[in-house]
Structures are given as C-alpha cells and as structure tokens.
Design a protein around this ligand. Structure first.
Ligand SMILES: [Zn+2]
Length: 558
C-alpha cells in the first residue's frame, strides 16, 4: 500500500503570518495507523525535529518532523493533535522557516510516535546515544504513567524477537488488555527501552538487562502525582523476554474504602469485626494475585480502636492506616534484605504492640515470623496465595512456608480465614436478562440453570451491555464497556465454630472438612441475583453452573 497525500502547499506556509495559526480542526489531520503507512509516506519522512526544537520532553505526546522534500509537520496523539502545544509547535516550525506539509499534522499512535521521536526509522544516522537514552526512559515512564492513570495493576511488556512489533498489555480491573494507543510497539525500541529502564531498577539481580535471564527488582517514582513502586519481574520466554511490572501505589492518601463498599455483605462484615475485637490469633486473607487482599486488610485495620497499638511490615506500604506504625521492607533477593527483615522483626517484637500486619506469608522466613508472632499472643493479620479458603492451612503448612501443622491445630491460632476474589461489577447500563434473552438464546439456558440450581426468582438478573454507555465507555477500552469497577466475592471459615477444625488443620487441610461451606461462588450469585454481577462472569471466575450442580450432588462437598 502506498499512501498518497496531496502535494505540499507552499502558499499555506507563506500566507499565514507568524503567530496566526488558527484553531486547528483535528479532523483535517492525516492519520498514520501503523509502521507500514509511516514507511509508505510520500515524500518519505526524513527526521525528527524534537531535538532541534528542544521539545524532547513532549516526545510521548507529539513530535515535529521533517520530510525529505524539506516540508515539516507535527505528529501527535489524537488527543493532542489540536492542542495549544501542537498549535505552538506549528507556529515555531513556520517561524524557523519550514514550509508546512499537507496535511500539516498527523495523528500517530503512541508507540509509533515514540519511535519517530527517536529517529528509529532512520537508517542513515546512528541514533545519538545520549539523546536516545533520555527519550527511551521517558517512553518507558509514559507507559507506566498510562497504567497508573487507568488504575492498572500490572504492565506487561512482551517482546517478540521474531516479529518487528511486540506487545504492550496491562491488567486493568483484572483483565489482560492491549490498549489501542500502545499497539504495534516496535520490537527493537521496546528492547532498548527495557535496557534503559533496568538501569533505574534498584535491588535487581544483574547490572544490565539480560533478555535470557529471570530478573527481579523494584523502582519507586512519582507518576501522575502518586507515589508508586514498580516491581519488575522478567521471564526469558521462547519468543523473547517478557517483563511484568506490578504497579503498587504507596502510601495511598485517598481514604481507605470501608469493608461494605468493597462488596462484603453485612454478615461477613460482622464476622470480620468479631475477629477484630477478640484477642490473639491470626486473621488470614487469601486470594490470587490482584484480588484486592491488601485493600481489604487495610480497610480492616483502619477499624481497630485507638487503644490498640498497630505495627505493620509491608512490601511496600500501600495504604496509610490511621494510627498505625508502618514499615516498608523490600524483600529482595539479596542477603542484606534478609538481614533487614530479621532486624525489623526483632525490633517489632520489642515494641509492645497488640496488632501486627505482616504483609504476606510466602516463604520460610515469613512463615517463621508468622509462627513467632501468632504464637506470642498478639493479633496477626496477613495474606497468603491460595485458591480457596479451605486451602489456607495447606498453604501455610506447605514445604515453601513451613508453618507447623501442630501449631495450626492449636485452638485460637487461626481466628478467621477469608478468601476473596474481585469480580467485574455491572454498570448501570446493564441489560435485564429477560430483555437480553430476546437477542441471545443462550441466556435462556443460563437462566434456567440458575433457577434450577438456586431455586430463586431470577427476574433481577442482569447481563453486561457490551456497547456500554457514556459512563462506562469513558474507560476507553471495549473490554471494559458495560462494567463499573469491581466488587468482592468471598468465603470465610470461623475455626472456633467448627469443633473438627483443629484436627483438619493438623492434617494440613487435607481430608474432609466437616461444615458445609457457603462458598464465594454462592456469595457472588447472591449479588448477581440483585443485578450486581453478570452470571457469566461468575461462571468464568469459578466454574459453570452445570459443574456446580454436579458438585452439589456429591455426598461431601470439597
Ligand atoms: Zn455503562
């Protein structure tokens, strides 16, 4: 494909007096959707003028360029193409004697723009390393900032060395998505960007970014006015390095959301409050990565009365808990970090606290700390990774963590076990199921499955409106249309209420657990029957209603 644009118009450039570039109509800008179209421009693109006009700091939003025939244009992101900045840049080009190209501005996506800004498409000149590095670091931070602004939990940079373009994805509200603006990221540039970004990583293993090694480290920086810690974890895959950056907002100033607003139903809030008011023992939260455990924990701790002394050890401190003495301990791979953790723990034990938040129990070191603290009679609050609430004892007793089974079986050691997941909450534009059934016959089947299984009226069930409305479309990603944030679905075990619990815990959570458990799936269905969740999202998160029916038919539920 060879794109043809009208020939240049010197008249335009000379007839407009300096400073008189009228309000630019975004619709008159050209569009360069991909690398192919960029390379097909006629006349061809010559170079970036970012450096010459000292606008490298704008490189992620716009970039002045020169074509081979000596004309110049402004390349910009769609939302910046008609901005005051772009107007000013256009004036400066004319002032510097450049003739204006036609069109005089182009809409370019973010990845292409960054590549153009660094002259990545110029084969004749070696990129000036110093300039290149700054722009690359900026490009990297721009990717992170986009994630922070959109409340992403992770940024994924998946390099495909076999292809000219690689993947930039985010985890947004639990979904793994590729925003349009970062599609088609040139592979070469992404590799260079990772090499530059790694230089700012602290506590990492390896002096340089190594695409063939698994590397970990962290970086703290302010993005979009928020204090953020990035946790870098790379994996050397078959196609190339995949870097996953966990975005952790530190010292969140915004109020900690109350348990009720997270989606905990009143009877569960009551169980959590009872756990807070009883002395000694551990409250353990489980869930998968990104299930909002730390938010719930912060919300719970914030309810502790003032007469309790609360100390935390976190990696890093995510929420500012009123009245608590909080400690960030980065548990990196090096020896120093282990020593620092041990020292902090000793100091903590001498601090005469009544309540301890131990960010996560994930290895032998934290497992020992857990036993040490929970065994000393203080109230411990912590998190583990586990697939359901009944797996918590097994996880704690596992080889990796090494908490003794006998210890878990001591009555009162485990005070409350909670497992939670986050499900996408339907936007107010969701469709009543009886309406949606008319266009999608499979929903009729779903509805009757729910009716049979739960024996409840289903007229309040709603399903996602994929077209979205003005409110949910604002998120900008079609995958999120029809949703409005997320809400908790949870299950709990209150060990004291079950006489068989100590023996079961001694078995490391193996064998039959006596009480029939009100599962997180049941909880989610309660919410769905009030129109909060799409039942299809519940099936996707847990299992199909058919499987649930079969499980219920078994003599003893797992
Ligand atoms: Zn909506």
């Amino acid at each position: 494909m060879r794109l043809r644009f009208p020939s240049k118009s010197p008249v335009y450039a000379h007839s407009i007096p300096d400073g008189a570039v009228a309000r630019y109509a975004a619709a008159s800008a050209g569009i360069i959707p991909d690398t192919e179209s960029l390379l097909a421009l006629d006349p061809p693109l010559l170079r970036s003028l970012s450096k010459e006009f000292k606008v490298e700091s704008l490189a992620a939003r716009m970039c002045p360029v020169e074509f081979e025939d000596g004309t110049a244009a402004v390349f910009a992101l769609a939302e910046h193409v008609a901005s005051d900045h772009a107007d000013e840049l256009a004036r400066q080009l004319i002032r510097a004697g450049y003739r204006s190209a036609t069109p005089a501005r182009y809409v370019v996506n973010a990845s292409l723009l960054l590549a153009v800004g660094r002259d990545a498409f110029r084969s004749d000149v070696a990129t000036d390393a110093a300039v290149g590095r700054g722009a690359l670091a900026e490009a990297f931070h721009e990717l992170v900032e986009w994630g922070v602004r959109h409340h992403a939990s992770d940024l994924h940079l998946n390099v495909n060395l076999h292809e000219p373009e690689s993947e930039v994805k985010y985890t947004l509200f639990g979904r793994y998505v590729a925003p349009e603006c970062f599609r088609r990221m040139p592979t070469r540039m992404l590799m260079e960007m990772l090499a530059v970004a790694w230089m700012d990583i602290s506590g990492g293993n390896g002096a340089v970014f190594d695409p063939n090694a698994e590397q970990q480290g962290s970086l703290s920086r302010c993005y979009a006015g928020r204090d953020v810690m990035l946790r870098w974890a790379s994996m050397a895959s078959e196609k190339g390095p995949c870097v996953c950056l966990r975005i952790l907002e530190k010292n969140r100033a915004a109020g900690i959301p109350p348990l009720e607003s997270l989606g905990y139903p009143p009877q569960q809030v009551q169980m959590l409050e009872q756990a807070l008011s009883s002395g000694g023992g551990a409250v353990v939260f489980a869930g998968t990565v990104g299930s909002g455990k730390s938010t719930t924990l912060a919300s719970l701790m914030a309810r502790l009365p003032e007469h309790r002394k609360v100390v935390t050890i976190e990696d890093p401190v995510e929420y500012t808990i009123p009245g608590a003495i909080q400690n960030s301990i980065s548990r990196r791979l090096d020896v120093d970090a282990h020593a620092a953790f041990a020292t902090k723990l000793r100091a903590l034990k001498r601090s005469a606290m009544s309540d301890v938040l131990l960010g996560e129990v994930r290895d032998r070191e934290t497992g020992l700390a857990f036993m040490d603290l929970a065994g000393s009679g203080v109230n411990v609050y912590t998190t583990v990774h586990a697939p359901s609430v009944s797996f918590i004892p097994e996880r704690l007793a596992s080889e990796f963590v090494g908490v003794s089974r006998d210890f878990l079986a001591i009555p009162g050691t485990l005070k409350l076990l909670v497992w939670q997941a986050l499900l996408p909450k339907l936007c107010h534009c969701a469709l009543p199921i009886q309406h949606a059934i008319k266009h999608d016959a499979s929903l009729g089947h779903l509805r009757s499955a729910v009716e049979t299984l739960y024996a409840v009226p289903t007229e309040a069930l709603r399903v996602r409106n994929e077209d979205g409305c003005e409110h949910c479309r604002r998120q900008g990603l079609p995958e999120l249309f029809g949703y409005d944030g997320r809400s908790v679905a949870s299950e709990m075990i209150h060990p004291k209420l079950h006489p068989g619990f100590p023996e079961w815990a001694r078995q490391g959570g193996r064998g039959e657990f006596p009480p029939p458990l009100r599962s997180a799936m049941d909880g989610a269905m309660d919410a769905a029957l009030r129109g909060i969740f799409d039942p299809r999202d519940i099936e996707q998160r847990f299992h199909s209603f058919e499987t649930e029916a079969r499980l219920r038919a078994l003599p003893q539920r797992p």
